[in-house]
Design a protein around this ligand. Structure first.
Ligand code: AMP
Ligand code: TRP
Length: 322
């Protein structure tokens, strides 16, 4: 059973990344799992090269601090394994303009970015290649990636039909709660690295005072009833989901225990801080040991390349490349 997932090194990780993806990665990590920092995907955003390097090291430190163990399964850097870029090209030649044009994330990002880069359009093909190179069965991700995984499935099935059985057909695994954490100030918009909302985004490594301030100021509503109802009460329901993802109790059961918003908020802040404080400590240690991170990258990359190589060659051969 292979589990594969990737995350972009595009800035500080927030609790949406943590509860939607990274926490699942840790829970699902076995000798069959492969996790990747997707720096090629992050090239779709323009960033100073020096900052990009820092963000890549940060991403590794964040994943290790969250509990990924590189001695269990590789944690590697996408750009170091050349098969990702190569597989991308093969798969671009079995993917249509139309299906990429339908990707919600492309449509949203294209609206925000000026001087549209082609990479933004073909991004999901590179991602499909990431997944298919590792004969992946399960891909733990947040809700916003569901459509991209569906596309990877379609590409795999189409390739297999056209060129013979080559790829394993993957499926997305979403967490039961926390797959879509919303911005605390604008709870109808998902928490995001790319839209900056200083009070709306709780970062994994915010200090306890910041976590508490942001949760206490979270936008709710004025009807005064603690009830889980994402449509009618998005802000309050988001807090209940965050709490639920940490405590494994259902949002409905949690709501039943509270009369006042303030009491709920205080307990959500405490639960978040209890979860995040040890991660922050570990993160600071790791970030001061760059040598350790580079060792993890080198080792992970070698292991990953050994898995990806035969799959790439099988696909290239199936298409008739000599
Ligand atoms: P990204 O930051 O776009 O590389 O996303 C990394 C992972 O975090 C992906 O699996 C996303 O689905 C997940 N993710 C990002 N934002 C959220 C959010 N607000 N709630 C839940 N999961 C999220
Ligand atoms: N596109 C994903 C995101 O923005 C990151 C990603 C790239 C990924 N390749 C992947 C996720 C492969 C899962 C599997 O979050």
């Amino acid at each position: 059973m292979r589990v594969f997932s990737g995350i972009q090194p595009t800035g500080a990780m927030h609790i949406g990344n943590y509860l939607g993806a990274i926490k699942q990665w840790v829970a699902m990590q076995t000798t069959g799992s492969v996790y990747c920092v997707v720096d090629l995907h992050a090239l779709t955003l323009e960033t100073e090269p020096a900052l990009r390097r820092e963000q890549t090291l940060d991403a590794f430190a964040s994943l290790l601090a969250a509990g990924l163990d590189p001695s269990v399964g590789p944690v590697f850097l996408q750009s170091r394994v050349p098969y990702h870029a190569q597989m991308n090209w093969l798969l671009e030649c079995v993917t249509s303009f139309g299906e990429l044009g339908r990707m919600t994330q492309f449509k949203e990002k294209a609206e925000r970015q000026v001087g549209h880069r082609v990479g933004l359009f073909t991004y999901p093909v590179l991602m499909a290649g990431d997944i298919l190179l590792y004969e992946t069965n399960q891909v733990p991700v947040g809700d916003d990636q569901r459509q991209h995984i569906e596309l990877a499935r379609e590409i795999a099935i189409r390739f297999n039909n056209r060129y013979g059985d080559t790829f394993v057909v993957p499926e997305a695994v979403l967490p039961a709660v926390g797959a879509r954490i919303m911005d605390l100030q604008e709870p109808t918009r998902k928490m995001s690295k790319s839209v900056s909302s200083p009070l709306g985004t709780v970062y994994m490594f915010d200090g306890p005072a910041d976590v508490e301030k942001k949760i206490m100021k979270a936008v709710t509503d004025t009807d005064g009833e603690v009830r889980y109802d994402p449509d009618a009460k998005p802000g309050l329901s988001n807090l209940l989901e965050i709490f639920s993802a940490l405590s494994f109790e259902s949002p409905v059961d949690i709501a039943a225990r509270y009369q006042r918003y303030g009491d709920l908020k205080r307990d959500v802040a405490d639960a978040l801080n209890a979860e995040l404080a040890p991660l922050s400590r570990r993160y600071r240690e790791l970030r001061s040991e760059e040598g350790e991170i580079e060792r993890v990258i080198d080792e992970g990359t070698a292991t990953a390349a050994a898995i990806a190589a035969p799959v790439y060659h099988r696909a290239a051969h199936a298409m008739g490349l000599l």
